[in-house]
Each structure stands twice: as C-alpha cells, then as structure tokens.
Ligand binder design. Structure first.
Ligand code: GDP
Ligand code: MN
Length: 303
C-alpha cells in the first residue's frame, strides 16, 4: 500500500508510565561507543523488556579503535537481528562520528586527568547530542543512556527504573576490582557525576570566569557536593531514591519528553557545567527533576 501523504502523531497519547510494558511504550537505548565489550552486549540481549519495543542507537568515533568496535558490534547486531524473532530489536542505528578533532582514545588514567576534562567532555557532549537528535522519533517514550563499558546490569533495568515514574533517573555506577589489602574481590565507586549540589560548589561557580567549568571527583577542586557513590548502603532499602542536581551518563533513564523539550548535553559551559551534569541543570531549568538510586548498582568495566 502507498504511504499516506501525511502521518499524524498524537503526542498527548504517547505515555511514559510506571507500567511501560503494559502500555507498549518504546525505549530508545543510546550508547556512545569507543570500545566494544561483549558483556555489555550479552546483558543487553538479556534485557527482558520486549525487544520489539526497543530501538538501539550507537555513535562510534572514526578512529582505529572505533573501527574495531564498529566491526565487533556489527557482527553481534547481524547475529541478533537474523536470530530468533523474540530477541530481535525493533531497529539498530549506527552513526560514525567524523568530528574535526576526533577524541583520541585514552586510558582510564589519561582521560580522568583534570586538564583533559573540558575538551573530552565537550566532545562527548557533541557525540551524545548527535546520537540523540538523529535517532529520537515521534513514538519514542523513553531514552535509556547506557555506556558501552557498563558491563553488568540486571535484565529488568528498564522496568526497575521506569517504576519510579520520574523524568530522569540514574542507578549507582560502581566497579569491581581485586582488593589487594583484603585479598578478595571487592567493589568501589566509579561514576562521580551523580551528585547533590553544595554551597561550596555554588560559591566556586559564582566566582569563576565565564567559560570555566566545575568537574567532580578531583582533590585539587574540592566541591563538597554529596556524591551518590558515597550514599551506597547495602544494608539499607534497595529502593531508596534521592533527588540529584548533577547526573552521569553511564546509565540514565530519561523520559523522552525531557529531551523533546530541548534538554540536551551542553558542549559549552552552562552554569559552569558541561555534558551530562549540564544536562541535569538544563532539565532542571525546564522544570524536570533528576533522581538517583544509591543502592541500585550497575558495574563499569575495570581497565
Ligand atoms: P568515563 O568512563 O566517564 O571515563 O568515560 P568513557 O571514556 O568510558 O566514555 C563514555 C562512553 O562514551 C563510553 O561508552 C565510551 O565507549 C564512549 N566514548 C568515549 N570516547 C568516545 C568518542 O570519542 N566518541 C564516541 N562516539 N564515544 C566515545
Ligand atoms: Mn566509561
């Protein structure tokens, strides 16, 4: 049949509810990817939200490392999308990113240096925006941001986060490591970008030059913000929710309406914040609140 000349979408009928499966709400899973990790993909396949309601979107840098990630992802995508119907995703979009100054691949130590934060996070912000603005459609209810190196998350991730019915929500991102002191496998905090603001940080921002930014997790720049990583308490209520002022992008569920209103990832200092932390600030200016789950853990790869 010929396509109708005009397609109408009734945006008010698009729901984002605490029962997203029952309401057949579509989820756009977005991942900026510099490296491919098999565990990320395996866990994505195990996600038990109906796959026909999930669209996947990737942006991969045009670097040697990115080429490898692209090749590895491509193999898995072809396998899944030609495999059992119930496991197939509604769609998969892969963007190759050809920026003027491609973000060079960096080790965990190198990319976390304070002086590398502004250019690196600014480039990441542009990558996230390109991915978001090319893939979000009129039927998208939710956007799940998940980094390619988040290698452990439960199959119920989407339902678990959606249940809170809040505009923006982040689990706590930790990392597994071998603790040489206790000679045992252990966990430690990873993502410091989920935080509650402090008077000190606000004061620092107020005194900063126009284009300077505040970043979190650096001893040379103590902000005294309350970091969600510090709030983790395995003996407390696993469902505890806290209100946040800054968020990270490692794992983040966002109601598509928030992005549709214009909240994106500023690549420029926005209230002295950039990228995901700037996003939380921009969302808050649009009256959308961010929350975090201190006792709900996902795990980042340990380099
Ligand atoms: P960190 O864990 O906060 O240090 O940040 P990462 O370096 O892990 O980057 C966050 C996410 O973006 C991960 O999924 C990376 O694979 C991906 N990533 C890193 N650099 C680039 C880049 O230059 N371009 C794109 N498209 N993705 C990137
Ligand atoms: Mn990472």
């Amino acid at each position: 049949a010929a396509a109708p000349p005009v397609v109408h979408y009734y945006m008010n009928n698009l729901t984002t509810s605490r029962t997203p499966i029952e309401n057949r709400e579509t989820v756009l899973v977005l991942t900026p990817m510099a490296r491919f990790y098999q565990e990320y993909w395996d866990n994505l396949l195990k996600v038990n939200y109906p796959h026909d309601l999930i669209a996947l979107g990737y942006i991969i840098p045009k670097t040697k490392e990115g080429n490898l990630a692209y090749a590895a992802l491509q193999v898995q995508v072809l396998k899944t999308q030609s495999g059992p119907k119930a496991k197939r995703f509604a769609s998969v979009t892969i963007l190759r990113q050809d920026t003027e100054t491609p973000l060079q691949s960096q080790s965990e130590q190198e990319r976390h240096k304070l002086e590398n934060q502004k250019p690196r996070r600014s480039a990441m912000a542009k990558a996230r925006n390109s991915l978001l603005f090319t893939t979000m459609g009129p039927t998208t209810s939710w956007v799940l941001w998940i980094d390619a190196d988040v290698i452990e998350f439960p199959p119920t991730l989407i339902q678990d986060l959606a249940l809170y019915d809040v505009p923006i929500i982040a689990p706590n991102c930790f990392q597994r490591f071998y603790n040489a002191d206790t000679k045992a496998n252990d966990i430690r905090e990873y993502d410091f970008n989920n935080w509650i603001d402090s008077p000190t940080a606000r004061d620092m921002a107020a005194k900063m030059a126009k284009d300077d930014i505040l970043v979190e997790g650096y001893g040379e720049m103590p902000t005294y913000r309350s970091l969600m990583t510090k709030m983790y308490d395995p003996s407390a209520d696993p469902g505890t929710k806290v209100k946040l002022d800054g968020v990270g992008g490692a794992t983040l569920l966002v109601k598509a309406e928030v992005h549709r209103d214009g909240a994106m990832f500023p690549a420029f200092p926005f209230y002295h914040l950039i990228e995901t932390e700037g996003f939380a600030k921009m969302a808050s200016r649009l009256n959308w609140e961010s929350y975090g789950l201190p006792n709900y853990l996902v795990f980042h790869y340990n380099e």
